[in-house]
Design a protein around this ligand. Structure first.
Ligand code: ADP
Ligand code: MG
Length: 680
């Protein structure tokens, strides 16, 4: 039996309740635990004397507990625990948040090794929420895992250890032996053990390289297989070009780039043997919707239906309204299908789709549900495609007989890497904004200027405009949760500078429905200032919003900042982006400086890649690819090798039917299944 079929509850100390926490991290089985790789490692061997500690650094100290643990309740119902430890050179204060067990874990008079970030306040040095180990069960390099509230690193380490011990002596290695040998890769078993518990840096690197290679190879093969599948289909032919008449009736003239995009699509639909399979990449506000409307027109005029899928209800609704206007008087029948409609409404719409009464259907993933059947789907379009998985896109397409497929994306991917990411798609880039768009003025300020900035926001609101504020990001270790933090932040505003202003909150932990309600109220200008924790819903067009203020701007990637900034400057009003950051590191200033200097998404993406390295860039999971467990494209050499290997393998066995490739094939299937689960 595969360890992927052994539930995580088989591990000691993991009951149903704790299993639910593991599930939050995507770990449901023992196999999942084994492939839940550490995000980094702690090196416990480098011990610092307390007297030599530098503030604002992470360090390891070996120290004795000198006081009992003193716990008090602080604001927000949180518990703060304090104690003092010492080594021969001095004293250090430790602080923990919301950890009821600290007093039983750290015993008075005993010595432990602590690792954490040290700060200085008026009482001296302080280490906040350090990790610690008993002096004796000390390994040198320990794994550090991504956690969720309720699970600490110790529990993860224990689970990983036990899970690894359940691996059979001989495990089936998905990498054929020849490939392993040719690329000098260690066997899977070695890799799995050493990625969690490396004996030294070298073994960790070896393990990592092997796992990255395997994952990139899997990804590569999967993308190539998908492309070759779509190659085998015959396209619906649309002999005529109908778009001219549609474009003539638009209230604006298409930009050159929009025109080229329409032409690319129409050429695909008219002349290609295989269905269109195209990605249109265009910066926020570049007018992808109009291009997509032209493609829908082409489809309907050729006698087929078009489907247009958006990631959220509010976006779908907005597209629906835009389309109603654009297609007014044409006789083309447009319908909206979203999850929150009543059952009978949905049934009515689905009946119209099935009988062919509706020509264009716009909706959310309700469109891909089994009960949606199309009479003659000719073109399937997905908006903001990075929010959907590759699999979902495929599912929409499966609603017709090899319909044409178009995906729209506002996430600029550096050209050099587009090929890998969108290996299965042809790409059109819209690199021009509609005329008359004024650039968003961007400013970088320190938090000492925050009050002035808030005063500026208030003035904008007084003039009838609306503002977004992305509030500070918090990390779990800081003992504050995301929701609490957003609420506190908004409360401060509502009690202070924004007393007379309607403030709304949007955070990642809200139910989708509630989120959409808040967004809808913002869109209707019932909320003037929207405080949000994570990313403001992508693509929503609130033309009246003129200020985007982002706290802790240094914690975001440039591409995310650019996306956020794209929420403003969509109407006729002059718009502003205010980045708040106290981090004065050289890299930070350089990065945020780029934002102030340019509004060009591609330039920013290229810069982002250069300054942060591709690891972080792709780490943000903004591209609709399967979620990778370990690879991050930063190792271009391994990437190139895995591409070679993929080609080699497909030459030998184009459909991977070769017996030796069975485990690899299973891996591909699993990797692409995960895309479906990452939605929302
Ligand atoms: P995105 O590419 O981000 O989806 P949209 O399609 O939402 O951008 O377009 C942004 C705004 O620009 C819309 O209000 C749209 O009506 C307008 N627009 C699109 N194309 C043009 C154009 N060629 N000239 C003027 N305005 C345009
Ligand atoms: Mg859009």
């Amino acid at each position: 039996m595969s360890l992927y079929e052994v539930p995580i509850t088989k591990l000691s100390g993991i009951g149903e309740k704790r299993a639910a926490l593991f599930a939050k991290l995507g770990i449901r089985s023992v196999g999942d635990m084994i492939t839940y790789y550490p995000r980094s490692y702690s090196d416990w061997s480098n011990i610092t004397n307390i007297a030599d500690i530098q503030p604002e650094t992470t360090c390891v100290v070996k120290a004795r507990v000198m006081t009992p643990v003193n716990s008090i309740r602080i604001s927000g119902g949180r518990i703060m625990s304090k104690l003092s430890v010492a080594d021969d050179s001095g004293y250090l204060n430790l602080v923990f948040f919301n950890n009821k067990y600290i007093s039983s874990m750290l015993r008075f008079g005993e010595t432990y090794v602590f690792m954490g970030k040290v700060t200085r306040d008026r009482y001296g040095f302080q280490m906040t929420s350090p990790e610690f180990n008993k002096l004796n069960d000390q390994t040198e390099i320990t794994p550090v895992y991504h956690l969720t509230a309720g699970l600490n690193n110790h529990m993860m380490i224990r689970a990983a250890k036990e899970a690894l011990s359940m691996l059979p002596e001989l495990i089936r290695d998905p990498l054929p032996y020849d490939i392993q040998k040719h690329y000098d890769l260690c066997p899977l078993s070695y890799a799995l053990h050493h990625i969690h518990f490396p004996s030294d840096n070298l073994s960790m690197e070896k393990a990592r390289r092997r796992l990255v290679f395997e994952e990139l190879l899997t990804l590569n093969l999967g993308m190539r297989l998908m492309k070759s599948q779509s190659k085998e289909q015959t396209a619906i032919r649309m002999p005529e070009d109908f778009t001219k008449s549609f474009i003539k009736n638009l209230p604006f003239e298409l930009t050159g780039a929009q025109q080229r995009a329409v032409t690319d699509c129409v050429n695909d639909m008219r002349h290609k043997i295989n269905p269109m399979n195209r990605l249109i990449q265009g910066d926020v506000g570049s007018g992808k919707t109009a291009v997509c409307a032209a493609v829908c027109w082409q489809t309907v005029k050729s006698g087929y239906q078009a489907a247009f899928m958006a990631p959220t209800e509010i976006l779908a609704q907005q597209h629906y309204e835009t389309f109603l206007k654009m297609f007014e008087g044409t006789g083309i029948r447009i319908d909206l299908l979203i999850g929150s409609m009543t059952v009978s409404e949905k049934r009515k719409i689905r009946a119209r789709v099935e009988t062919g009464e509706s020509d264009i259907v716009i909706g959310t993933h309700a469109l891909v549900s089994e009960s949606t059947v199309f009479a003659r789907l000719g073109c399937a379009i997905t908006d903001e495609q990075h929010r959907f998985g590759v699999a979902q896109r495929a599912r929409l397409a499966s609603k017709g007989e090899h319909p044409h497929v178009l995906v729209l994306s506002a996430t600029p991917i550096p050209r050099t890497l587009g090929l890998i990411i969108y290996g299965d798609l042809d790409i059109t880039i819209i690199d021009e904004l509609p005329p008359g768009r004024t650039e968003v003025d961007t400013f970088l300020i320190g938090s000492d200027k925050r009050d002035r900035a808030l005063g500026f926001l208030k003035k904008q609101v007084d003039e009838g405009r609306q503002c977004y504020i992305v509030c500070p990001l918090v990390e779990e270790s800081e003992g504050v949760d995301e929701l609490q933090n957003a609420n506190d932040y908004a409360a401060d505003l509502m009690l202070g500078p924004f007393r007379d202003i309607s403030v709304g909150i949007l955070h990642g932990k809200m139910k989708t429905k509630d989120k959409e309600r808040v967004m809808a109220r913002f869109a209707a200008n019932e909320i003037s200032v929207l405080v949000s924790t994570t990313v403001v819903e992508v693509g929503v067009d609130v033309r009246n919003a003129t200020v985007m203020m982002i706290e802790n701007a240094e914690r975001f990637g440039l591409s995310t900042l650019h996306q956020l900034r794209g929420r403003v400057g969509r109407g006729e009003h002059k718009s502003y982006c205010i980045l708040v950051s106290d981090n004065s590191g050289e890299n930070t200033e350089q990065r945020l400086g780029v934002m102030c200097r340019t509004n060009n998404g591609f330039e920013i993406a290229d810069m982002d890649l250069k300054l942060r390295g591709p690891g972080d860039f792709f780490g943000s999971r903004q591209h609709g690819l399967p979620q990778l467990a370990i690879a991050d494209f930063s190792d271009t050499e391994t990437l190139a090798q895995s591409q070679d290997a993929a080609e080699l393998i497909l030459q030998i066995s184009p459909d991977l039917s070769n017996e030796a490739l069975r485990p690899l094939k299973a891996k591909i299937r699993r990797l692409f299944e995960t895309t479906e689960n990452t939605m929302n």
